[in-house]
Ligand binder design. Structure first.
Ligand SMILES: [Zn+2]
Length: 328
């Protein structure tokens, strides 16, 4: 699996960071999924080597503008580009009303069907949506409006028989193979018992990345169980949160780091930074402060997202940074 950040600023864009958007991709496939669609996301997509034609589904974490104001424009551009294939849109019910209002008041007519799935009216903690490449589960977070996290689990190839093992054990080709494939132990003519686990190919490890919406309770991600990586907002550091107050219901770097340590998640990518933190570490407040606060409490692999950054999760579940920024 791979992810690419289209926007990493909270609330409003800066010269170097757009508001929230994240492309989730599959290895060896051009199919991709979009999580959140802040204003300007469609322009970021033009830089990201993904196309609206290959977009399989859009997942909106919550209704705040920095996560969904780009949606009407993105849908309109997909239609202009000739898309006719239906597009799945997952998010709180209010997102559907936003699209309906844009259609009514701006004369937006899409050449494709938007298949809407209301996450706030769906059972959580089970598979919410899936295609041939991923299954997605949602969980509720804690924010000023209903906000959700989405776990992307890569689909596993179907387990089959290991023909090499069958031959070395001397199982003759025929009905015995079918019994073993269906989980039944069989007895060979010589009297030897063969159990299915001796000849079934072990399924590959199922990789999983959780992408969270805005949230002041990162410990809630523990509900997904063991996963490979969290993508979570770290809007503030503790000193700034103390000044702005808890009413914004955003996380600090420390809070995410503590939750990640408790959950033993091996990789964390922080994003959605307040524009007051500059990229230049010589400034009075910088992303280096956010990073240092998280690093002091979490010993796993920690990444600070920039627009254009991409990461790959390999077959062993190791997340590495593949690209820094938009530069190729
Ligand atoms: Zn936000």
């Amino acid at each position: 699996m791979k992810i690419r950040f289209l926007g990493t600023s909270s609330g409003a864009p800066t010269l170097s960071r757009n508001v929230s958007g994240l492309a989730v991709g599959r290895r060896n496939s051009k199919a991709w999924y979009l999580v959140d669609c802040g204003d300007g996301t469609q322009r970021q997509i033009l830089r990201a080597e993904v196309t609206l034609a290959q977009l399989q589904a859009v997942f909106i974490t919550h209704v705040h503008g920095d996560h969904c104001y780009g949606l009407p424009g993105l849908l309109a551009s997909a239609s202009l580009a000739g898309r006719t294939r239906p597009l799945t849109l997952v998010g709180p019910r209010a997102v559907a009303r936003l699209i309906e209002a844009a259609s009514e008041f701006t004369g937006l007519h899409l050449a494709f069907e938007v298949v809407f799935l209301a996450v706030d009216e769906s059972p959580l903690g089970v598979t919410l949506w899936q295609d041939e490449g991923v299954s997605v589960e949602a969980r509720a977070l804690s924010h000023r409006v209903p906000s959700f996290a989405y776990a992307f689990r890569e689909a596993l190839p179907r387990s089959g028989l290991d023909e090499g093992a069958l031959q070395s054990l001397g199982v003759p080709r025929g009905p015995l193979w079918g019994d073993l494939l269906h989980g039944q132990a069989v007895t060979l003519p010589c009297g030897e018992l063969i159990r299915p686990e001796q000849v079934l190919m072990r399924p590959a490890r199922q990789r999983c990345i959780v992408v969270a919406g805005d949230n002041d309770r990162p410990d809630l991600l523990a509900g997904f169980g063991p996963v490979d990586a969290w993508v979570h907002e770290a809007t503030y550091t503790e000193d700034v949160l103390a000044k702005v107050g808890p009413g914004s219901q955003h996380s600090t770097a420390a809070r995410v780091a503590d939750a990640a340590r408790m959950s033993a998640v091996p990789h964390v990518v922080l994003t959605h930074f307040s524009p007051r933190y500059r990229d230049d570490p010589s400034q009075p407040r910088s992303l280096a402060d956010v990073q240092a606060e998280a690093r002091s409490r979490y010993q796993g692999a920690l990444f600070m997202a920039h627009d254009g950054d991409s990461f790959e999760l390999d077959a062993q579940g190791v997340l590495t940074q593949a690209r820094h920024g938009w530069a190729r």
